[in-house]
Design a protein around this ligand. Structure first.
Ligand SMILES: NC(=O)c1ccc[n+]([C@@H]2O[C@H](COP(=O)([O-])OP(=O)(O)OC[C@H]3O[C@@H](n4cnc5c(N)ncnc54)[C@H](O)[C@@H]3O)[C@@H](O)[C@H]2O)c1
Length: 377
């Protein structure tokens, strides 16, 4: 397969992961980086031996085919629009837009230009979540009728040196962490039909706990404590608790209840972990892993735990999809539906009404162990 020249706009925190992990994959060659702040771009360029461009220079560069948008959520729509207008494919961090209208505008532009848009998260391509997908598709626990998801902590300000965007409209735990959960639910059981939710914010300011701004407070201008109920087209009813106001809890990240048993999934923010099934109370057994390459630990997290981290897998799948003229899994249709579900949750909480979705999407194709191996360099 030919190499696609790849550029990055946005050289903050997460750009290091992309620059580090991209060489694992075939077909993508990161060549240049850009940022509003040239010093930030230069530092990353030096660290990973790529060249720096101005944003205009990167958009015009002849050797760049795909640009990864790693800016903050409020800038995602505008930057991805610029990338498409420059005639390049775009791959965005999540949430790839902040409203359904922005998603539809990018869909129209991408179609008009014949270009691809892809979006994180790609963690649902991980070994654990693909194992859960196979378990559901093979009817191991019957039809999924319900479930619970919990992503709750005391916030982001302790570890991120510039956490402002998390607490502004466009941030908050649903738009920031919801993509991992809602995307995984859609790949497992299909699209969402209707949502209802309630939301609050328990703390009006947050105090930065790390970096040059340690001790500075930032305002909270979006809900940080959300409880939602999702109705899926297949009939399943699933609770989603997403909060940055919770000191501790004992809920599983993700449980799915089938007509013939239950599945316990690991955190969909990560690629790996154990998947358990239980046919009766207190009888969980691990589902035998299937040697999926995206479940093998290759990194440590902030607490020193082993982690499987294959970020860029979705980008590599998009590049392979362009080359083979087949759809990519982290698609615009999937990302648009997920954004609609997340914004509907916030809208429902504000209006205190149920909200029906207007978009839908197909479940992305499963990624088998062999298909995953084929993405490696
Ligand atoms: N940090 C993480 O661990 C992490 C993990 C997963 C996903 N993400 C997502 O990645 C995105 C970036 O997060 P981050 O933590 O790297 O943020 P960050 O604030 O550390 O970095 C963002 C960078 O984008 C630049 N930028 C902002 N607006 C721009 C614009 N219009 N044009 C060009 N550059 C612009 C900023 O100067 C900054 O260097 C977010 O959407 C976030 O949700 C982050």
């Amino acid at each position: 397969m030919i190499d696609f020249g790849v550029g990055i706009i946005g050289c903050g925190n997460i750009s290091a992961s992309y620059l580090k992990l991209a060489p694992l994959f075939r077909g993508i060659d990161v060549r240049a980086v850009a940022d509003l702040n040239m010093e930030t771009a230069q530092a990353r360029a030096d660290e990973f031996s790529v060249r720096t461009e101005t944003i205009a220079g990167l958009l015009a560069a002849d050797d760049i085919d795909i640009i990864i948008n790693l800016t903050i959520p409020a800038a995602h729509f505008g930057v991805t629009k610029q990338i498409l207008e420059a005639g390049k494919h775009a791959y965005s961090e999540k949430p790839y837009v902040l409203t359904l209208e922005e998603g539809e505008a990018l869909r129209a532009l991408a179609n008009e230009k014949g270009l691809r848009v892809g979006s994180a998260p790609d963690t649902f391509l991980g070994g654990a979540h693909q194992l859960a997908r196979a378990a559901i598709d093979e009817n191991m626990v019957g039809d999924i009728i319900g479930g619970t998801c919990h992503v709750m902590s005391r916030g982001m300000e302790a570890w991120h040196p510039n956490p402002d965007f998390f607490f502004q409209p466009g941030g908050g735990p649903v738009l920031d962490l919801g993509p991992y959960y809602v995307t995984n639910l859609v790949q497992l059981i299909g699209p969402v039909k209707s949502v209802s939710a309630m939301a609050s914010a328990s703390f009006m300011t947050r105090t930065i706990g790390i970096g040059p701004r340690e001790g500075e407070t930032v305002p909270v201008e979006t809900p940080t404590n959300i409880h939602a109920l999702l109705e899926f087209h297949n009939g399943a009813l699933i609770t989603l608790g997403a909060s940055w106001d919770v000191c501790a809890h004992r809920h599983e990240n993700m449980e799915l209840y089938g007509s013939g048993g239950s599945l316990y999934l690991p955190d969909p923010n990560f690629f790996g972990g154990e998947v358990l099934q239980a046919k009766q109370v207190d009888d969980p057994t691990e589902i035998t892993p299937r040697n999926h390459p995206f479940s093998i630990s290759n990194a440590k997290d902030g607490q020193g735990n082993d982690r499987a981290n294959y970020r860029c897998a979705g980008l590599a799948d998009m590049a392979a999809g362009i080359a083979a003229d087949r759809p990519h899994r982290c698609s615009l249709e999937l990302a648009t539906h997920v954004v609609e579900v997340m914004t509907a949750i916030l809208q429902s909480a504000e209006s205190r009404q149920w909200v029906d979705t207007v978009t839908t999407c197909d479940r992305p194709e499963p990624l088998t162990p062999d298909q995953a191996r084929a993405l490696f360099a």
